[in-house]
Design a protein around this ligand. Structure first.
Ligand code: BDR
Ligand code: CA
Length: 331
């Protein structure tokens, strides 16, 4: 089993990353940490506990709250800048994930999931110290802004050799926040810069890949045929996500970004990766948070720092995602 810590900001697609991490037999989920992004830290943490509770995971798994905002906040026009349904300026993508960060389904009020008292970064360090060896490193799977992991990198240099990073973020085609910037990187570009230049082995799953993994009608039909309360809840989330993707991006079937990062660890051979250098644009401007990939760059002295996954076996992805949903259903 591959030991992982899932660092997330649920988020509709984060919810599916959690389910895959909990129910795929190849993954050993050691802990879940939260960060602000799709919503405030309070809301993303509540959403993480809602999914854990729905999956029947209440006490055995450490859940820890991390950072509530980027390392450096840029002037508004260089980071996500949208208007909520109430007309307020917004720091979170409510037009995609709603006011709760996970609109579209009902969750019980009395969820009973225990939360660690310590900050996520300390919990990460403890879990790594307890579980990692050089031969069996812990994978930090980041599916939100990179704020928590960037702090971990600065605070625990001696633990670098015990981890690998798999992250959903960035884009080499179009962005989804600015023309060339993807949300997770644009939300905290300085954190992303720290991560990409940490010398820690990184696998990146950009929008180029996640936009192949679409929730088509056939996928929705298969999920709705599961027919339990759990799967209907998940379907409610997907229906909401589909309608916002249609309204905001004009895309009929939404891409399910975040579980791709967990799926990569289930079977890397199902992905096509290329080892290149990636830099992050950190200056405030039109391209804040853009990821620049040196795909065809041959000049000497250019240190390669990232394995970028550009293609995935989509059919296989949905097979393992549906298997996980079935298991969650029977739980
Ligand atoms: C990423 O941004 C968030 O809205 C999603 O949860 C995903 O992690 C996609 O750009
Ligand atoms: Ca996310």
């Amino acid at each position: 089993k591959i030991p992982i810590i899932l660092d997330c900001d649920p988020g509709h697609d984060d919810a599916f990353a959690l389910i895959l991490a909990i129910f795929n037999e190849k993954i050993d989920l050691l802990g879940v940490t939260t960060v602000s992004g799709n919503q405030t830290l309070e809301k993303t943490t509540l959403n993480a506990s809602r999914i854990l509770y729905a999956c029947g995971v209440t006490r055995s798994l450490p859940l820890a709250k991390g950072c509530d905002g980027p390392l450096v906040k840029y002037p508004r026009n260089f980071q996500l800048n949208t208007t909520s349904s109430k007309g307020d300026l917004n720091d979170h993508p409510t037009e995609v994930h709603g006011e709760s960060g996970m609109d579209g389904a009902e969750f019980p009020d009395d969820i009973n999931v225990s939360l660690c008292e310590k900050h996520a970064v300390f919990v990460m360090a403890e879990l790594i110290e307890r579980h990692a060896t050089r031969e069996r490193p812990v994978h930090i799977v980041c599916v939100g802004p990179l704020t928590n992991i960037s702090l971990f990198i600065k605070l625990y240099p001696k633990l670098h050799k015990f981890i690998r990073i798999v992250l959903m973020g960035g884009s080499f085609c179009q962005g989804n926040v600015q023309p060339t910037s993807e949300f997770n990187i644009n939300y905290d570009p300085i954190a992303a810069h720290i991560v990409f230049h940490s010398n820690i082995p990184i696998t990146m799953l950009p929008l180029d890949l996640t936009h192949q993994v679409l929730v088509t009608e056939e996928v929705s039909r298969k999920i709705s045929s599961l027919s339990s309360t759990f799967s209907q809840t998940m379907l409610g989330l997907l229906n909401f996500f589909q309608s916002t993707y249609r309204d905001v991006f004009g895309i009929s079937y939404p891409p399910l970004h975040d579980p791709c990062a967990v799926a990569y660890l289930v079977d890397p051979s199902k992905f096509e990766t290329t080892h290149i250098r990636v830099d992050v644009e950190i200056s405030p401007g039109l391209c804040t948070g853009q990821t620049i990939g040196y795909f065809h760059w041959k000049r000497p002295g250019c240190r390669k720092n990232v394995d970028v996954a550009m293609k995935v076996d989509v059919e296989w992805f949905w097979e393992i995602m549906l298997q996980a949903l079935k298991k969650a259903d029977q739980n």
